[in-house]
Design a protein around this ligand. Structure first.
Ligand code: SF4
Length: 362
């Protein structure tokens, strides 16, 4: 990357506070370049990103409701000073039940101080679904129901980032028969500005990229009709999957642990929902880009789609209808051409299999 002297000066200035905390120039540049790549911005935006994230720290509160804390774990599991460290350094995290020092009344005071003193000027991250049934009694913190907390905190925020499928759409707690009446943040607080980052758990880079976009441009990224940012949910998993060449070649795993599985062939016949699921897992992966489910040999379960627990099961079987059609047709960016291409690919695979069963067995 070649930058002007002015840009290099800005980068050097930007990283000074972070370098005092042990973040190297190399890590910082890598972080800014990764953010630009995830947001599909040209490299010329890197100095702008560097400058934006070193400005005034925005206030942020992190609420946990009906959740497993998997998204918090995903954020904190970094072993190197990368996304997690940098995001914690560029934000003023004033309330986070898992990592904050205060407890009890002190903790609740920290939350209310932000809501009252920074009204309309702070960000919220919500993890977990919100139970609406029976007055919201199934999730209460400090004597208040989750829905009342969400109305007060998210309703007065600049914006709310719903991380994980539970906060976005209700997730597993909302699975049939949904005993607690669980919903996502937008349904519980319709007047709040909410962006959804579904996934089980969320990819940390996508949280960071949303915050970086906000700091750089002063707005949240554009979203599809499910409230998901296009930069992270604009493409199907199937389209970027490293096993895609095997799908196109009709090379499929037929049994867990068979030779095809050991060779890394396509998991479609083992129930992979990659053709129906929109997310950038194959490119950003998890644990600082180490791996993701399909790379590890497990099919995609479609966890970034609304109601996945009801609509994507059984996870280890192909869906009964023509895969790809029912869900693809509801996503903004998917046209008939893409649906037809997938259906055609599957049809060709079926014909090929019928005509040459011996070759398929091989
Ligand atoms: S079906 Fe699954 S494993 Fe096969 S190419 Fe698509 S996403 Fe990858």
């Amino acid at each position: 990357m070649n930058f002007s002297d002015d840009a290099l000066h800005k980068i050097a200035e930007s990283m000074e506070p972070l370098s005092q905390k042990g973040v190297s120039r190399r890590d910082f540049m890598k972080f800014c370049a990764t953010m630009a790549a995830i947001l599909a911005l040209p490299a010329s935006f890197i100095p702008k990103i560097a400058e934006a994230i070193s400005g005034k720290k925005p206030y942020l509160v992190w609420l946990e409701f009906q959740d497993c804390a998997g998204n918090t774990e995903a954020l904190l599991r970094a072993t190197k000073p990368t996304a997690a460290k940098i995001i914690l350094d560029i934000l003023s995290v004033d309330y986070h039940e898992t990592i904050m020092a205060p407890a009890g009344h002190q903790a609740e005071k920290s939350l209310m101080d932000v809501v009252k003193n920074q009204k309309g000027n702070y960000l919220v991250v919500v993890e977990g679904s919100i139970p609406m049934k029976d007055g919201g009694v199934y999730c209460c913190i400090s004597g208040k129901s989750a829905v009342d907390i969400a109305k007060e905190v998210c309703g007065n925020a600049l914006a709310t980032i719903a991380v994980g499928t539970c906060a976005a759409y209700g997730g597993i707690p909302a699975a049939n028969p949904n005993p607690t009446g669980a919903v996502g943040v937008k349904e519980a607080v319709p007047n709040a500005t909410v962006i959804n980052l579904p996934g089980c758990p969320v990819n940390v880079e996508n949280i960071t990229a949303c915050v970086v976009h906000f700091l750089t441009f002063g707005s949240l990224p554009n979203t599809d009709k499910f409230g998901r940012p296009y930069f992270a949910y604009g493409k199907r998993i199937h389209d970027n999957c490293e096993r895609r060449a095997h799908f196109d070649a009709g090379q499929f795993v037929r049994q867990w642990g068979d030779e095809a599985h050991r060779q890394g062939w396509c998991l479609y016949e083992m129930g992979c929902k990659g053709p129906e699921t929109f997310k950038n897992c194959p490119t950003v992966k998890y644990n600082e880009g180490t791996s993701w489910p399909v790379q590890a040999g497990h099919g995609c379960i479609g966890c970034a789609e609304p109601n996945f627990w009801d609509t994507m099961t059984p996870f280890y079987r192909r869906l009964p209808s023509v895969p790809g059609v029912s869900i693809e047709t509801t996503a903004d960016k998917v046209g008939a051409g893409l649906v037809a291409a997938t259906a055609a690919g599957i049809l060709i695979h079926g014909i090929g299999r019928a005509l040459s069963p011996k070759k398929e067995e091989e």
